[in-house]
Design a protein around this ligand. Structure first.
Ligand SMILES: NC(=O)c1ccc[n+]([C@@H]2O[C@H](COP(=O)([O-])OP(=O)(O)OC[C@H]3O[C@@H](n4cnc5c(N)ncnc54)[C@H](O)[C@@H]3O)[C@@H](O)[C@H]2O)c1
Ligand SMILES: [Zn+2]
Length: 406
């Protein structure tokens, strides 16, 4: 929705202008989208999807559905339930084709075939900018389908149903899409706020352990720099979270999602025009580790290692006490998150750890001056623009000794 704007003529009125004219075009656009936390999202009595679609008064509401193939395999009832849901609410929307499975996991962000196929299908199905794409899946599928949807006609409405812990607390609720290219994570992507997000905790039950714990790394990330209470909850409930306690994970997912939403809403830079990106604490190393490991390390696991490393660095620079550093690393490890990988010591030649190249790649991705966010105590942050490479290398050695004692 467009807000008020202005058009100001710049320059020295009355004086002979150096050039014909220069106007400062300025306007604001405000976004609004619901993020619903629910269970049984496609149960006949659940109104969340119907209410999300009904935000668009025009009918018919035409829709395409894409489902992560990992979810479709683990929950074969999901697509039939969705079809029955829509059949039971005639007039709600017109499903222009049967729901389609797309490859799940990071591989879906590597390569353009599926993106092109989705774009072609949107075109062949004659969806317009008031039509819908419903994406059900992990962060990778939401990033890929969202990317495709954001391109056609410069943006088809996207409804996301995130199905991993990470997607429910982070990737699925935000405003970004992304594809991996040129050996870099999220090299290509768009800022494209969704039309609605429906978080269904029931969908998490079939997750592999790696993807159950992986999302909790994003909770540690945001807790360490923004929410001491959440950090304390994570540490106190590490055992419950490791044991897949549903009440504990629901609390963590909802609180973490709300912190991400609050940052986007109130952080003053939802589309990341500046150089800082606080919610990428731990991510400079994480993104590099994902690529170095050829995606053996999932995003959440890589983030956990990145947080462990930057927590060591924060302690080395006096921003965390050694006890705070140890508490964070030990709690992540207790939940089953990795805090070390031998790739941290992989050599890039000339005796330089390959991981350190991630700093410049991270800067280039964000633009501007290098800005790394670190915790300053628990629940607050500090931004640093210089990284002491010798100290960082010492932290790598320290982390190895802490996490993988000989
Ligand atoms: N756009 C953003 O703002 C943003 C933010 C954070 C992360 N991300 C991206 O998200 C991606 C990671 O997403 P992820 O951690 O959700 O993992 P993922 O999407 O890569 O999925 C991991 C695996 O779990 C399977 N799966 C998904 N849901 C399942 C379920 N309910 N039951 C069984 N299997 C299921 C998938 O098929 C896949 O094999 C990364 O590419 C990361 O860069 C994006
Ligand atoms: Zn992340």
């Amino acid at each position: 929705m467009a807000g008020g704007g202005s058009l100001k003529r710049k320059g020295n009125r009355g004086k002979r202008p150096a050039r014909a004219a220069c106007y400062l075009q300025q306007f604001k656009v405000s976004y609004r989208y619901p993020v619903c936390f629910t269970r049984g999202v496609f149960a006949p009595s659940n109104d969340a999807l119907a209410e999300a679609l009904a935000r668009s008064p025009e009918t018919p509401r035409r829709m395409l559905v894409y489902v992560d193939d990992g979810v479709a395999a683990a929950q074969p009832q999901l697509i039939p339930f969705l079809e029955a849901y829509l059949a039971g609410r005639p007039g709600l929307c017109e499903l222009v084709r049967p729901p389609e499975s797309v490859p799940g996991g990071e591989r879906t962000k590597n390569g353009w075939n599926v993106v092109q196929s989705i774009m072609a299908t949107i075109g062949q199905s004659h969806l317009d900018r008031h039509s819908f794409v419903l994406a059900v899946g992990g962060g990778s599928v939401l990033d890929m389908v969202g990317f495709a949807a954001s391109l056609v006609h410069r943006g088809i409405r996207l409804i996301r149903v995130p199905t991993t812990v990470l997607a429910q607390c982070d990737a699925g609720v935000g405003v970004k899409t992304g594809m991996d290219e040129h050996g870099m994570k999220n090299f290509a992507g768009t800022f494209a706020p969704p039309f609605a997000v429906l978080v269904d905790f029931d969908l998490l039950r079939t997750l592999e352990p790696k993807y159950w714990t992986g999302g909790i790394a994003e909770a540690f990330k945001v807790a360490l720099i923004k929410d001491a209470r959440l950090f304390s909850y994570l540490c106190r409930n590490a055992g419950r979270l490791a044991a897949r306690d549903e009440a504990a994970i629901e609390h963590v997912v909802e609180r973490t999602a709300l912190l991400h939403l609050e940052h986007i809403r109130r952080g003053g830079d939802p589309f990341e025009f500046g150089s800082a990106r606080p919610l990428d604490f731990g991510h400079w190393a994480a993104h590099k580790l994902e690529v170095l490991s050829h995606y053996r390390l999932g995003h959440g696991q890589a983030v956990s290692i990145g947080i462990a490393l930057d927590s060591c660095y924060a302690a080395a620079k006096g921003f965390l006490t050694p006890a705070q550093r140890d508490q964070a690393i030990e709690a992540m490890a207790a939940i089953g998150l990795p805090v070390w990988d031998d790739l941290l010591e992989a050599d890039a030649g000339e005796g330089l750890p390959a991981i350190l190249k991630g700093l410049e790649e991270f800067r280039e991705h964000l633009g501007g001056v290098l800005t790394i966010t670190l915790p300053r105590g628990i629940g607050a942050k500090v931004e640093v623009h210089d990284v002491d490479l010798a100290a960082m290398r010492a932290c790598i050695g320290q982390l190895r000794r802490m996490a993988a004692p000989a």
